[in-house]
Design a protein around this ligand. Structure first.
Ligand code: ZN
Length: 420
């Protein structure tokens, strides 16, 4: 065992408790051993090495619970107005096809994805939940210093391709995480097979849920702009059987298919009724909000306050560079604070940390500063004068453009190297 290290700072933000002024964290062998005031921990751990980070806040590393790094080379889509969800999807598919034709080796796509990973890491994100149709994320996983969960996305609504799509799912290696694209694009039997597999293997299953309003109309009546788009794209006619009534929504649909449990992650969840919030809460299903992408794609706004009122702590995700101009989890927090000024900033910061960790089943390692967790701790510099109250501190964390965030882990290694 290495000597414990006492890291102190003006503020320590445990997330699962109130911020501690003049706080400290004891770190030993890359795990958190204790957290408290610096004075208290000096007394309890007199042998600990000392590192004072001064006017800074120590916080857990961030968790980005939804992105698509393989779309990092489609950032130009987010540079002009989206024109709405379906036109954007059509442009995305066309541009993607063109990029693959231009770059069959995928070198440019790989470089863009690596840059995206480096950017997340530099901004303090240590867990990335990535959705991909290719194996790109698997290939570059080793370059991301944190935990990159790569979900292989399955979709296909047609009855004709169902057997082939089920066989493809069946052939996935056991350790491969999988996701379902969306209720409007994925055959109900394929969604059920995905959930059955995820349950059997103890894996989380992410699904884009209730993102555009047109999804609801499609699920209710197999009509509307989404139906027109799918029919135009696949040539399928009349294969989709509505399972829900006109008063119900996407969450009802997933519930009817038996898909909701504590390891299902509903991403976006923009159009969700009170009855559906109750269903989500009762099942323990998780939710990931993507405020920037929602705004860009003009799909509507998911109110975090409504989820919180039902005891659901949402996770936050950036979604891809194709719909998320700026791509930053800090930006997601700022946008949420701006859109919902009554939200408690402590809850916004909890979404970007604990909410994400819980959504991905990683709360034993990430999400809070508490004993046993990985010592993946951010050092967020605070401007003069440092916030005087816990509330002011949290407002600063979620509401301001912050300068260079670093990690104590990096400094630990430096310390060890210096000692050696
Ligand atoms: Zn997405």
């Amino acid at each position: 065992m290495n000597v414990p290290y006492l890291h102190s700072a003006a503020w320590v933000v445990p997330v699962n408790g109130a911020p501690i002024r003049n706080g400290a964290v004891i770190v030993q062998d890359d795990r958190i051993v204790a957290i408290g005031t610096a004075t208290e921990l000096h007394t309890r751990f007199p042998e600990a090495g000392l590192h004072d980070h001064g006017k800074a806040a120590l916080t857990p590393a961030l968790v980005n619970a939804h992105t698509h790094i393989e779309l990092a080379n489609l950032a130009e889509l987010a540079e002009t107005q989206s024109g709405g969800f379906i036109p954007w999807v059509m442009r995305l598919m066309a541009l993607r096809k063109r990029r693959i034709a231009e770059d069959p080796q995928g070198t440019a796509a790989r470089n863009a994805s690596l840059q995206e990973c480096a950017r997340h890491s530099a901004e303090g994100v240590s867990v990335l939940a990535d959705i991909g149709n290719s194996n790109l994320a698997l290939e570059i996983m080793g370059h991301f210093p944190g935990t990159l969960l790569s979900f292989h996305e399955h979709l296909g609504l047609s009855e004709k391709t169902l057997a082939r799509n089920l066989a493809r799912l069946e052939s996935e290696p056991k350790n491969r995480l999988c996701s379902g694209h969306a209720p409007y694009s994925t055959h109900p039997a394929l969604l059920q097979a995905l959930k059955e597999r995820a349950r059997r293997l103890g894996q989380v299953l992410p699904i884009h849920t209730a993102e555009p309003l047109s999804e609801l109309e499609f699920l209710r009546s197999a009509s509307g702009p989404m139906a027109d788009f799918i029919l135009g794209y696949t040539g399928m006619i009349g294969v989709f059987q509505p399972l829900i009534s006109p008063a119900e929504g996407s969450v009802h649909y997933l519930d009817r298919l038996g898909l909701l449990d504590a390891q299902t992650l509903c991403v976006h969840a923009v159009h969700v009724s009170e009855a559906e919030l109750e269903l989500l809460a009762a099942s323990g299903a998780k939710v990931c909000l993507c405020p920037t992408s929602n705004r860009f794609l003009e799909v509507g706004r998911a109110s975090a306050a409504r989820f919180l009122a039902h005891g659901i702590l949402p996770a936050l995700g950036t979604d891809s560079q194709a719909s998320s101009p700026g791509l930053s989890l800090w930006q997601e927090m700022r946008l949420l604070a701006e859109e919902e000024p009554d939200l408690d900033p402590a809850q916004i910061f909890a979404m970007a940390t604990l909410g994400g960790a819980q959504a991905l089943g990683l709360e034993e390692d990430y999400g809070t500063l508490s004993p046993g967790r990985k010592a993946d701790i951010l050092v967020v510099p605070l401007q003069e004068p440092a916030p005087a109250t816990a509330e002011a501190l949290l407002q600063t964390l979620v509401g301001q453009q912050l300068s260079a965030v670093s990690r104590i882990g990096e400094k630990n290694h430096e310390n060890r190297a210096n000692k050696a």
